[in-house]
Design a protein around this ligand. Structure first.
Ligand SMILES: O=C(O)CCC(=O)C(=O)O
Ligand SMILES: [Fe+2]
Length: 620
């Protein structure tokens, strides 16, 4: 495979006026940027057929959400409080909010001592460049959509050139030029220029890492050494770190709670399965849902499979972003064969892992599968976490890739205590044909994943440009959309949620001061969204885990569920374990200022985090 991470530098809109026009136009054509299954920028309540509703001017909340979502989609990497501030300052007028954000950031450049005007001017020019996305291939005109132009606010941020800023800037900096790499499958060597003798110029990614700091930021020490900076002035800091691209299993398990296994199936079985899935996929559909008064559809085809009749019935009731799905299908014979392999491997590996009391106890099974078909390089799925509705908390998912190699891109949305600076870091994992990527807990709770579009793919002899993905999952008894964890309104508790009425479901309800809830990803994209603010209480994941750890017997993996009841948790759940972090979260669910409060984290993340393969390009 010869994937080259390339940066699209389509510099069509290099001044704010043009940009604004382009943005307005893209707002009028919302596209697949929003298409992420379960995406947390999609309020499921407005994506359901039953709930679809016009933007009602009398509904201020809805209008606010709409505008926030619009800004969010435009300024993807901008923190929520900046967007909110922009909207407030503009009295809710999007036309004014957009230039406000742009000017807000260019004005903050005054805070930086500019002592290198030549460098700065070169960078300013480049900073004005916007990332735009290529349209779908002409071979699929029906699918051709205008991509949202996504200027990243960081691009408009000042370039640090003062000596004081430089010390911050140098952290992990790439050399000025030649930070290109020839990456190919199985080869992590890169032609990185290591000459750091001269003052380095920042690469595009370096600039992307600059972001306004909040007073609570913990990673600003070097920035604060500039005593000339007034304390009230927003500081700058580096975050998130450079993207990584990982190609081998060792690096994968080092950097995230996933296990990557190559050549997992017998070669013949892999090929037969691919062929069977390709044939079957001819009748799969694209998911569709309502978004801001428009019907949008996913940029890939999806189907659901179940192992048994009762699973079929259950699955038939599932919804996807609020929309009833096509009836599930029964596992194809080749899927049954593959399932046995995946199940055996997962259960073997589980023996070496400590099993959290919230996880399924005993053997893991894969009784259902969600499958995806990506026809070509531009087909994708956006950032999301898999719904926990029927998976229950802390699920394990076995994700099998067939056909062309694509990047599986992940980012941690809940910061790691030991490595808070890694929050938001993009990690791309190359998934070749016949590879299994096992997502362990707390992947769904604390990370998001996507399959981003890429410029090209290396054709596969059987599938051409297509990739099939089968995610083998366990439908856990006792968990259903009725218990779906919800997230609250955007800007408040995205990225964390609580289980709706879990206490009632488990017969544990007594006082509202001790809700039994676990943290999760954005599974609220599921069908049930009846939670209110009071019901959608949030318990921070680590606190919940700490509570569990403190329980007698949790070390020896006491079964968590007896008749569907987390009984042993009930007695020791005390108010100090209940933490409402809703005010700490930004709109993307990145609790960047929580680092101090997080204590312990998952085992898989405890190892040293070192960049393996740095790139200065963006896969999009
Ligand atoms: O195609 C993939 O590898 C990911 C699919 C996925 O995230 C999903 O089905 O939820
Ligand atoms: Fe997923």
């Amino acid at each position: 495979m010869a994937q080259h991470a390339t940066h699209s530098n389509d510099n069509k809109h290099d001044n704010p006026t043009e940009l604004k026009t382009a943005l307005r136009s893209s707002i009028d054509h919302p596209v697949s940027t929003f298409d992420a299954a379960d995406s947390n920028i999609n309020d499921p309540s407005r994506n359901t057929n039953s709930h679809k509703k016009s933007i009602d001017n009398s509904d201020k909340d809805s209008e606010w959400d709409f505008k926030m979502a619009t800004l969010f989609s435009i300024f993807e990497s901008t923190s929520g409080h900046v967007l909110r501030e922009a909207l407030r300052a503009s009295n809710g007028d999007l036309d004014q909010a957009i230039p406000w954000i742009l000017s807000h950031n260019s004005s903050s450049s005054n805070d930086i001592d500019d002592t290198n005007s030549a460098t700065n001017s070169a960078k300013t020019t480049e900073s004005a460049k916007l990332t735009s996305f290529s349209a779908s291939p002409s071979s699929t005109p029906a699918r051709k959509k205008q991509k949202l132009i996504q200027p990243r606010l960081s691009l408009f941020m000042p370039t640090p050139t003062s000596s004081s800023s430089l010390s911050v800037f140098k952290q992990g900096i790439s050399p000025a030029s030649g930070h290109r790499q020839q990456t190919s499958h199985g080869n992590t060597n890169s032609s990185v220029d290591d000459d750091t003798s001269s003052t380095p110029l920042p690469s595009l990614n370096d600039r992307l890492r600059w972001k306004e700091a909040t007073p609570n930021d913990t990673n600003v020490s070097t920035a604060t050494t500039d005593t000339s900076t007034p304390s009230s002035t927003p500081l700058v800091k580096l975050k998130p770190p450079k993207p990584l691209i990982l190609y081998n299993p060792e690096d994968v398990s080092k950097h995230c709670p996933c296990t990557l296994i190559f050549n997992v199936l017998d070669k013949d079985l892999a090929n037969r399965l691919l062929e069977a899935m390709l044939t079957d996929s001819e009748t799969w559909n694209r998911n569709r849902w309502w978004l801001f008064e428009r019907m949008v559809e996913s940029p890939h085809k999806t189907s659901y499979f179940a192992e048994r009749d009762d699973d079929m019935e259950e699955v038939a009731g599932w919804t996807y972003n609020g929309k009833q799905q096509d009836p599930p299908r029964r596992f194809l014979p080749e899927m049954e064969e593959a399932k046995l392999v995946v199940r055996r491997i997962v259960n073997e590996l589980r023996k070496q892992r400590s099993i959290h009391p919230y996880e399924v106890q005993g053997d893991w099974n894969c009784n259902v599968a969600a499958v995806n078909h990506y026809a070509h390089s531009k087909e994708s799925v956006g950032f999301h976490a898999d719904k926990l509705t029927y998976l229950g908390p802390r699920p394990t998912i076995g994700s099998l890739t067939l056909g062309v190699t694509r990047f599986f891109r992940i980012r941690k949305v809940i910061p790691d205590a030991k490595h808070p600076d890694t929050a938001g870091q993009l990690i791309s994992i190359a998934l070749p044909h016949n590879s299994l990527c096992i997502m362990w807990p707390p992947m769904q709770e604390e990370w998001k994943h996507e399959i981003p579009p890429v410029p090209t793919v290396t054709p596969h002899p059987i599938s051409g440009t297509a990739r099939i993905n089968i995610t083998f999952r366990l439908r856990r008894e006792g968990f259903s959309p009725a218990d779906t964890p919800v997230w609250s309104k955007m800007g408040q508790t995205c990225g964390q949620f609580s289980w709706v009425d879990m206490e009632q479901k488990l017969g544990l309800a007594s006082s509202s001061s001790s809700p039994l809830a676990v943290n999760g990803g954005d599974g609220g994209g599921g069908g049930h969204n009846g939670g209110t603010e009071s019901r959608a209480r949030t318990i921070e994941a680590t606190a919940a885990r700490a509570a569990v750890k403190a329980l007698p017997g949790s070390e020896d993996q006491t079964p968590e569920i007896e008749g569907g009841v987390l009984k042993h948790l009930r007695s020791s759940q005390s108010p100090e374990h209940v933490v409402d972090y809703s005010n700490h979260l930004d709109d993307k669910g990145v609790a960047l200022d929580l680092a101090d409060e997080l204590q312990d984290d998952s085992v898989a993340l405890e190892q040293q985090w070192e960049p393996i393969d740095e790139v200065d390009t963006n896969l999009e």
